[in-house]
Design a protein around this ligand. Sequence first.
Ligand SMILES: [Zn+2]
Ligand SMILES: [Zn+2]
Length: 114
Amino acid sequence: MHPAPTTPPTVMYRMPPPTPGGINEPQECPYCRRTFSCYYSLKRHFQDKHEQSDTLYVCEFCNRTYRTKNSLTTHKSLQHRGTSGVLKRLLKASAIKNVLGSMHHQMQMQQQPQ
Ligand SMILES: [Zn+2]
Ligand SMILES: [Zn+2]
């Protein structure tokens, strides 16, 4: 007996229209019930959280994917803050160590002319 493949239904999220009160009135996101001070805040939230996009932003540090550049930037600043700097320093330090170590050996090995 084969389990039926569970395909989640594709939900198409649509940007909700502004309330009749106008775009400067507080707006509620119909998908997560959060309230925003104006339509532009809601729009930004919607694009960030609910909008379906084909573009994926990949984190170069851990290969996680994000639908918006905003989320990826937030993720990187939270999870990998200073990672590139630390990594570079570590690489540099170990490279210097390796160079020094191999130089030491090479100097002993290369003392006889070829
Ligand atoms: Zn929402
Ligand atoms: Zn990451």
